[in-house]
Design a protein around this ligand. Sequence first.
Ligand SMILES: [Zn+2]
Length: 406
Amino acid sequence: MTSLGYEYPGGETFGLLLRILRKFIIILLSSASTICHCQSTVLKNVNVIDVIQDTINWNCSIEIRDGIIHKIHKTEYIPNSKDYVLDLRDKYAIPGLIDSHTHIERSAYCQNPDRNDLLALLRHALLGGVTTIREMYSDARVVGELSRAAKLNLIASPDIFYASLFAGSKFFVDPSSDAMVLGVAKGQASWLHIINENSDIPNLVAQAKGNGSSAIKLYAFLCGEEIRAITREAHNQNLAVWAHAYTQFSKPSELIESGVDGLSHAVSLLYEFNDMPKDSKPAANDKSLSDLFVEMKTHNISFDPTIFSYVNVERARRWSGIAKSITQKAYDAGVLIIAGTDSISAYQDEILPFLHMEMEYYSRDCGFSNMDALKTATINAALSLKIDNITGSIEEQKKSKPGNIR
Ligand SMILES: [Zn+2]
């Protein structure tokens, strides 16, 4: 095992959070599995980052049985002679990371529909510490099969939660979605469906649930009435609703009022004012933005700002400063912020999954404490996915699979 010490290709070194993370050797991965047939696996002398108590528990021993954290010993612990023991003195353990906004197919599969490439991407994400992803826009046939395989530990992959995407007919003029529905009539796939005034919303939501989706993604060209009907029905059928913060025919405030569970993309919030910035100077009315954040906090709506998608995408880069300042305002207002990349990872071994950079932006540029930045990719994300009972923090009875990230 070696320590972390990677540089982003642009030459920008990771900041404080990653300087700390460089000492990490173990991430507690959330997929249940044992790594040997010993009685227990014991991670000895490891410093445990506790995102619940906001502290570091020094020199602990983590005892793992059958993929579950059986016991965290905070005092000297003598393992059983049959146990598999790893001495991790001077190393740290953090919870498995959750990327709350990924596009694994867009990243790999659509350009080159080779399953091995997709598996390599997922494996790379997992080895970089990403143990769960929230996949926003995919062919449910592909991602459903991968999700099952990941759950059964048949492949090296983060656990995958995914959405079915609903949008107005204008969206489907764009051929970019064609690869997601091969063999199915455009706009008629249960995972990628046109919504119009004739749509049978309960039936479409049921179809999405049937394809294994955890949520409906509200994407583009949807009016307030449609958003309210979809959100109400999704909740009736126990599905979450993840929404772009702007859907062309409805403003962020309408999405918030409809009761969606999460909003994506920081700069999209500025559509509230019908005044998208032409350059990097914020045009936002601060007071109104504050009002939105109060409502989001009150209604427990999560927010994935996806700063990575502004900083690292050429056409959006001019808005990266605005994205950061909006994220800082949301953080200051107490909104539940969850880290997402709008991508996932690169293939190159020397580059960590992009989620590490997203957290780095929070701590370096948006005023987050390092602990709070880490929470956006752990406990906050687990809470928003309602899986905090099994992952998101290092606690007894939560899932675990020790893996060296490098
Ligand atoms: Zn996206």
